[in-house]
Design a protein. Structure first.
Lengths: 668, 305, 222
């Protein structure tokens, strides 16, 4: 499989197959749907947002949604984190989708034919159901989604607020999936409007992806007071734009998770009153994401931590919440088992409480003869095969995995799609779990130039409290390209061929990062954990035993020839990290560093018909992105010029031109 | 007497010997030799005939030595290892002895890269030490290097060079001792400007018993100008010219006269050093300075006293 | 390793201009390790030749192939298919390579692209220094593991000449005086006194002065 890029470089898009020892970047490994973040980030760095969006779409059926609300485990895994801060991968996904949209590209779904003739009913149009439908459609299986709500999206629509995930964005992602031929029947509650058994009879398979649609109640004294609200109906009302009756001016939100934060921030927006969150966990162990907590605090929401609800206070009308000190939340096995000091009681005054202590599924639509539940009322489920106790009935998403991030629900849905497809006789297999490259060793990390992470711009906190419009405004093109340039290209560097190696030790001697190694027998390799993909070893290897993953010699040679043919005349070999082009009118190939250009490549450009070759290089006082990169570039150009002089050609046919490194890459 | 040469006679008699240097021309003109010989004649006991000095092709030292003999002056024929293998050397040694040469100075030779044929093959079949041994064996064996006997042995007074200023300094006296072991009768040193260091070298030579087995002639040379002094200091390998000497030459009103004075002062100082058996005055292409130096230094050739 | 460096292009061109179809043959052993004649360099030379011939209006082809070692008959024979139809084999190996090609492909003209210079060691990246003169009579146990034949400008066997100064050779400040190194090395073992012994004259008949050398080994013959 090859993908053509606009600059003419083609690169293998083949995924690692079982037995392939090639290590993958940890962002990709950490991602539940294994999105090739590195590849789309590189494209964002080059300003190729539509192509970047295309890469995201290879694995992600909801790129716009996930580019906004993702819990981004990829960033926690990002190796740049050990140098300074992780790449803002999630934000870059949004840069790709925003940028592509602005260019009017990347939103036209491919034409899909349901070649298998099979139909699948999917119950629930949340992220899991949508992901399954998306993937099934691409595999030629026709999905029909049944959604009891009037609009599709599940908790993405009913539970996540517009200021975090604008409804039109959600609509666009869903519309794309619809565009694949996925039918979504809204207002079609299974068990109410349609019988489960009818689905089983009518469809070749059924996927239960109903999520956790109900709030868990809090059974303490006073729970029946009318001012004690539950999160899910509250959020549904807010999201539907309905009046949220009964909200006072002093609102207490019980819970410390991400949903509780959403509830609190919504209440603040609606009432403008005082909003206090009460949670069992200590300040530093709140389950919500740190950035969510920080946003909430910025909006004036108070946090009362290490306190458990004891009773709702008030006769007929809520007056406050009695709380008790929570001494510990988890037992020694890490299980949820809070202990309280029953004597240390206090009351938080309040006129409304919204209980946000968790959600549960509603499986009442299942007939007794349907898939079996366990004693706790949870579906019996095979995680590997996504099957239930009833043949042909599958399940995915939070109804079986429990609460988690939206991207996990996507992953679950995607796995279920494969499981269903296999069941229906489609020749697919579960993808192999990739293995991540090791951490950046300290001796390498200190050689990597720090570059500050671009911060997501947000609307002013006073302004944003006035409405439900999106808080985060997007990194934008310029910051996006800068941020993308921070990527360390983990695992995209040197590939070593033991067969071709002549054990000359050149790579060991020239690598600025100490990645290559050799033992006394001349056996060696290149440590992918240390390699930064600068290309110096590749250009220096005398036996062509080293190639680069991004971009391989053959690909680059072909790309040079193609670009010269396409543009004619002059060719610029440029740098990702430079502020500008050095020959704006020339044909252009952009590289992570021009240090990967060999003498042969430069001569090849002329041999292919280039009238002039410009090579971008950074200043001698500045190492640019890679240690010693500019030295190698200078040496290769000097050698090439000498080679030209030797054969009686003008050495200046290959010309070095100075570029400045992007300001954002020039250190902190 | 090993050779019966004048130099040997003077030195064996315990007299202070005076030698000088005569460079053959880069031509076939015998008159150059004749003229130089006549300048030096009467002022020295013998003259060194250099062998392609500084690797520049010149009239052969053997031919020039024969011309010098004809002028009634005694030659010390120099022979380097650079240009000949052991076959050619032995041939020349036999030939030189047959022509009346009685002193042979055995040298490694400056590297060919210094001269006017830097692309030539450097032979270096032997080095100066093994050359000395070969000559000694030819004279005393008498046999060729291969061991074959020589029916009529060359009678030669065998010398070598010593440089107290080269490195490693602790090895310089040892190296001279090796040449003594190999068979030299006398040695001439590199040009001395740093007398203190030479004194230390001589102390080491006495310690090693070198002075008892070998006559040491201290090398001296008049400086022509401050420029020459600086050139020798900075550009000539194995030379040690103290800064104060360069300054003194720079300050001099008549540098040539001053140079001769300096040379004379050094001769007077080295003469006092235990083990110094004579001086070797190297006035290359300034042969006329030699009579003036010997005059000012009050040196009478041993052969004339 | 054997080190060799590429001939000036003009010299190569003088030969190659006379031929139409040329095979540049790289060698992936010594000359690859000394970064002058391996696969990469052979390809660069071939590219240069193509560019030059394009410019000078010379027709024909310049192709390239690289073998592991050009000093083995079997490896040389292995590229017979590539040699077929060529008028000239241009070898980037040490001079053994082109000689063996001439031997194995007697009908094709052969030219060296390289000048073979020494048996050397990598002193630092891109710097090689001569360590062995292949004199056939190794003496380095007596000289502190340092060869005075290969590493002394005058192949002296009895200590430094009068040109040794400040640790370097009289011919260049960039060349260390090997006898200084030997002296210091032996002194570090307290053995500098060993240098008082006269050594030599050296037996050059074991070097190539004794004529072209042949080495034979006893043992199994297939």
């Amino acid at each position: 499989m090859e993908r053509e890029l606009t600059n003419g470089i083609s690169r293998s898009t083949a995924r690692p197959v079982p037995g392939d020892a090639r290590l993958r970047p940890p962002c990709e490994v950490a991602c539940p749907i294994h999105t090739d973040a590195q590849r789309y980030i590189q494209m964002v760095a080059e300003g190729k947002n539509a192509e970047a969006l295309g890469v995201v779409r290879e694995t992600n059926p909801m790129p716009q949604v996930i580019g906004r609300i993702c819990a981004h485990p990829c960033e926690e895994a990002c190796r740049r984190g050990s140098v300074d801060e992780p790449i803002a991968i999630c934000n870059l996904k949004r840069v790709a989708s925003d940028g592509a949209k602005a260019a009017g590209l990347g939103y036209e779904p491919p034409a899909v034919e349901f070649t298998t003739g099979k139909k699948v009913a999917i119950i629930g149009s949340g992220p899991s159901g949508l992901a399954a439908a998306h993937d099934l459609a691409l595999m030629g299986v026709q999905p029909v989604i049944f959604e009891k709500q009037p609009e599709a999206g599940g908790f993405l629509r009913t539970g996540i607020l517009n200021y975090r995930l604008p409804k039109d964005i959600l609509d666009e992602d869903i519309d794309y999936i619809r565009g694949l031929g996925v039918e979504i029947r809204t207002g079609a509650g299974v068990g109410e409007d349609i019988k489960f058994d009818d689905l089983v009879a009518e469809y070749d398979a059924v996927l239960i992806a109903v999520g956790l649609s109900e709030s868990r109640p809090l059974p303490i004294p006073g729970a029946d007071l009318p001012q004690v609200l539950l999160a899910v109906p509250f959020l549904e009302n807010v999201n539907a734009g309905r009046e949220t009756e009964g909200l006072g001016k002093e609102i207490i939100v019980i819970g410390g998770g991400n949903v509780a934060i959403d509830v609190a921030r919504s209440a603040k927006r609606i009432t403008g009153g005082k909003v206090t969150m009460v949670c069992l966990e200590a300040d530093n162990e709140m389950p919500a994401h740190d950035w969510e907590i920080a946003d909430a605090r910025a909006e004036g929401i108070e946090m009362v931590c290490s306190q458990g609800p004891n009773a709702f206070v008030g006769e007929g009308k809520l007056e406050g919440l009695q709380i008790k000190k929570c001494e510990s939340v988890f037992d020694e096995h890490g299980r949820f088992a809070p202990t309280f000091c029953e004597t240390e009681l206090s009351v938080i005054p309040g006129d409304t409480v919204i209980v946000t202590i968790g959600q549960m599924s509603n499986l009442s639509f299942l007939p007794d003869t349907g898939p079996a539940l366990n004693q706790r009322g949870i579906l019996i489920f095979d995680r590997e095969q996504c099957t239930t106790s009833q043949r042909g009935i599958f399940a995915s998403g939070e109804v079986v995995t429990g609460p988690g991030a939206a991207v996990n629900a996507l992953a679950s849905g995607k796995r279920a799609a494969i499981a269903v497809a296999r069941y229906l006789g489609v020749d697919v297999s579960f993808s192999h779990e990739p293995v991540a490259i090791a951490e950046v060793p300290a001796d390498v990390s200190e050689k990597i130039k720090p570059a500050a992470r671009r911060q997501m711009p947000v609307r002013d906190s006073d302004e944003r409290l006035k409405d439900f419009e999106e808080v985060e405004t997007g990194l934008g093109e310029v910051d996006g390209r800068c941020e993308a340039s921070r990527c360390l290209l983990c695992g995209s560097g040197a590939r070593y061929s033991e067969l071709k190696c002549v054990a000359c030790l050149t790579c060991v001697r020239v690598c600025p990062y100490g990645a290559p190694w050799a033992d006394k027998d001349g056996l060696g390799g290149i440590d992918a954990g240390k390699c930064q993909a600068c290309g110096i070893c590749f250009t220096q290897c005398p036996a062509k035993a080293i190639d680069l993953t991004v971009v391989s010699e053959d690909d680059l040679m072909a790309s040079i020839a193609r670009t010269v043919t396409a543009f004619g005349g002059e060719l610029e070999l440029g740098c990702w990290y430079s502020q500008s082009r050095v020959a704006p009118d020339a044909g252009f190939i952009s590289l992570p560093c021009t240090s990967r250009l060999s003498v042969r490549m430069l001569l090849h450009a002329l041999e292919s018909g280039a009238s002039k070759v410009f090579v971008a290089v950074c200043s001698e006082d500045d190492d640019g992105h890679f240690v010693h990169g500019h030295r190698q570039t200078r040496a290769a150009v000097a050698e090439s010029q000498k080679a030209l002089a030797e054969i009686g050609l003008d050495p200046e046919l290959i010309e070095l031109r100075l570029v400045a490194v992007k300001k954002c890459m020039a250190g902190k | 007497m090993r050779s019966g040469s004048t130099l040997e006679t003077v030195l064996e008699a315990g007299k202070f010997a005076v030698t000088a240097e005569l460079g053959p021309p880069k031509s076939a003109d015998p008159q150059v030799i004749i003229d130089k010989a006549n300048i030096l004649k009467g002022h020295v006991d013998a003259v060194n005939i250099t062998d392609n000095q500084t690797a520049i092709a010149r009239m052969s030292s053997m031919a020039a030595a024969k011309l010098v003999i004809e002028q009634g002056l005694e030659p010390i024929m120099q022979m380097t290892c650079r240009d000949r293998n052991r076959l050619a050397m032995q041939a020349d040694i036999l030939g030189a002895a047959a022509l009346g040469v009685k002193n042979l100075l055995c040298l490694t030779g400056d590297h060919q890269s210094f001269g006017n044929h830097p692309q030539s093959l450097g032979v270096f079949d032997l080095d100066s030490v093994t050359l000395v041994r070969m000559v000694r064996d030819m004279r005393d064996g008498p046999r060729f290097q291969c061991g074959e006997e020589i029916a009529f042995a060359p009678r030669l007074f065998i010398g070598a060079a010593a440089n107290p200023y080269a490195d490693p300094f602790p090895f310089r006296a040892i190296r001279l001792a090796k040449k003594v072991d190999a068979g030299i009768d006398f040695c001439q040193t590199q040009i001395i400007y740093n007398v203190e260091k030479f004194e230390e070298f001589m102390r080491q030579c006495r310690e090693l018993g070198v002075t008892e087995r070998c006559k040491i002639l201290a090398g001296v040379a008049p400086l022509k100008s401050a420029g020459t002094a600086r050139y020798m200091k900075n550009r000539v390998a194995g030379m040690d010219v103290p800064d104060e000497l360069v300054e003194r030459m720079s300050a001099a009103a008549d540098p040539q006269d001053e140079g001769i004075d300096v040379c004379v002062e050094i001769i007077k100082r080295v003469k006092e050093i235990d083990g110094v058996a004579g001086v070797h005055i190297m006035a290359v292409e300034w042969e006329s300075a030699v009579p003036e130096i010997t005059k000012r230094a009050g040196l009478i050739p041993g052969s004339a006293s | 390793m054997i080190t060799a460096e590429r001939k000036p292009f003009d010299q190569i061109k003088t030969v190659t201009d006379q031929f139409e179809n040329i095979l540049v043959v790289g060698c992936n052993t010594c000359v690859a390790v000394c970064l002058t004649g391996g696969e990469k360099e052979a390809e660069i030379l071939a590219t240069q030749l193509r560019l030059q011939r394009q410019k000078d209006g010379i027709g024909g082809t310049v192709e390239t192939v690289t073998v592991l070692r050009q000093c083995e008959n079997e490896y040389v024979d292995a590229v017979a298919a590539q040699v077929a139809g060529k008028d000239l084999i241009l070898s980037t190996a040490c001079s053994i390579g082109p000689q063996l090609f001439a031997d194995r492909f007697p009908q094709v003209r052969v030219a060296p692209a390289m000048n073979t210079n020494m048996l050397g060691v990598v002193k630092e990246h891109h710097v090689w220094t001569e360590y062995c003169a292949a004199c056939g009579d190794c003496v380095i146990f007596n000289t502190g593991g340092i060869c005075p034949i290969a590493r002394c400008a005058k192949q002296l066997t009895n200590g430094p000449c009068g040109g040794s100064q400040d640790g370097h050779c009289e011919i260049s400040k960039d060349i260390p005086c090997v006898w200084q190194l030997i002296y210091l090395k032996l002194a570090s073992f307290g053995l500098e006194g060993n240098l008082s012994r006269i050594s030599g004259p050296k037996d050059w008949s074991k070097a190539n002065s004794g004529g072209p050398r042949t080495m034979k080994k006893e043992g199994f013959k297939p």
